[in-house]
Design a binder for this molecule. Structure first.
Ligand code: IPM
Ligand code: MG
Length: 352
């Protein structure tokens, strides 16, 4: 029987609670199918680990992860550790080291999920974001000169390589082609005269390989307005690292909240493991209380199933989750219920 080896990093805050439910559902899915199995290996990395050891993960952490088929990650961040240290030391380090250059984030309103937009239904909100995930505004390139002096200067460079930009565009066009959805590119070429003019150019160039795909370009500020006023305009959306980061939180807000926002960090060539994580943070204020919604993690787990070649199982997980959401009997407080985190996982797993 095919056995998938999964590295599990629960991380901080609500991470361990929501990941436990993701793992539960993956186990249930494998058991249901009978044709594959999972072997989970846990890594205790995160902010507690940092406070004990001075590093977010061991020096050979990336090497330790490299042999796995996929990584399931909970959340990273703790008020006791500066965010740029915790995130750059773990989450962003993994995304970059494993060249997970596609961050795939569904923004899909499921039936039963709360939507703050008036009169909107699931038919109106069904997009998928392709966020560039390794360079752009997150390149980590820059300088801090004359620190703590009146002449202090800070430079944070955005880096857009031709290779990095072409490959994210090509992926997005491919996804638009295979799903039949229109493709929107998010830009700011009117103000960012190098990076975003280049971005627009590559969008057009790669588009020549995909004449069948319907396209348009929106400036990021206008896009944020249209996501609220006319979300039905969006299908596949391709965006740079920072723009994609910001718009997918807006996406989470219009599609049921952070408790339902899933994500996958993908290395499409499969040279390295891909990583699946809910896009919400560690939510330290509600950690350990069993009130966090595990659905975002379970949705990410469905993305993991699909990535490992089990698309049927992935859609079973999603429809089980959709059923629970619609009935609203076993949902967490963010969705107006009183169920605990583990009850939701149990309910979804039992429906498989
Ligand atoms: C996300 C998060 C991260 C990001 C943070 C925690 C560094 O906001 O995954 O969207 O900006 O990529
Ligand atoms: Mg974010």
């Amino acid at each position: 029987m095919e056995k998938h080896r999964i590295a599990v990093i629960c991380g901080d805050g609500i991470g361990p609670e929501v990941v436990a439910e993701g793992v539960k559902v993956l186990e249930a899915s494998a058991a249901r199918s009978g044709s594959f199995g999972f072997e989970f290996t846990y890594f205790p990395w995160g902010c507690d680990y940092y406070l004990r050891t001075g590093v977010m993960m061991p020096e050979d952490g990336i090497e330790q992860l490299s042999g796995f088929d996929a990584i399931l990650l909970g959340a990273v961040g703790d008020p006791r550790v500066p965010d740029h240290i915790s995130l750059r030391g773990l989450l962003i380090a993994i995304r970059k080291s494993f060249d997970q250059y596609i961050n795939l984030r569904p923004v899909k309103l499921l039936e039963g999920a709360p939507c703050p937009l008036k009169d909107r239904t699931p038919a109106d909100i069904d997009m998928i974001f392709v966020r560039e995930n390794t360079e752009g505004e997150y390149s980590g390139c820059g300088a801090w000169l004359y620190k703590d002096s009146p002449e202090e200067v800070v430079i944070q460079d955005a880096v857009f390589s031709r290779k990095g930009t072409e490959r994210v565009m090509r992926y997005a066009y491919g996804l638009a082609r295979s799903t039949g959805k229109p493709l929107t590119s998010i830009s700011k070429g009117n103000a960012l005269n190098y990076s975003m003019v280049f971005w627009d150019q590559i969008f057009r160039e790669v588009g020549r390989e995909f004449p069948d795909v319907r396209t348009n370009t929106l400036l990021v500020d206008a896009a944020s307005m249209f996501m609220v006023k006319a979300p039905e305009r969006f299908g596949v959306v391709v965006a740079s690292n920072l723009f994609g980061d910001i718009l997918t939180d807006l996406g989470a807000a219009i599609a049921g909240g952070m408790g339902l926002a899933a994500g996958a960090n993908i290395n499409p060539e499969r040279r390295y493991p891909s990583m699946f994580e809910p896009i919400h943070g560690s939510a330290p204020d509600i950690a350990g209380k069993q009130i966090a919604n595990p659905m975002a993690t379970i949705w990410s787990a469905a993305q993991l199933l699909e990535f490992l070649g089990h698309a049927d199982e992935a859609s079973r997980v999603l429809s089980a989750m959709g059923g629970v959401l619609k009935e609203k009997r076993v949902v967490t407080p963010d969705l107006g219920g009183t169920a605990r985190t583990r009850d939701v996982g149990d309910e979804i797993a039992s429906r498989l």
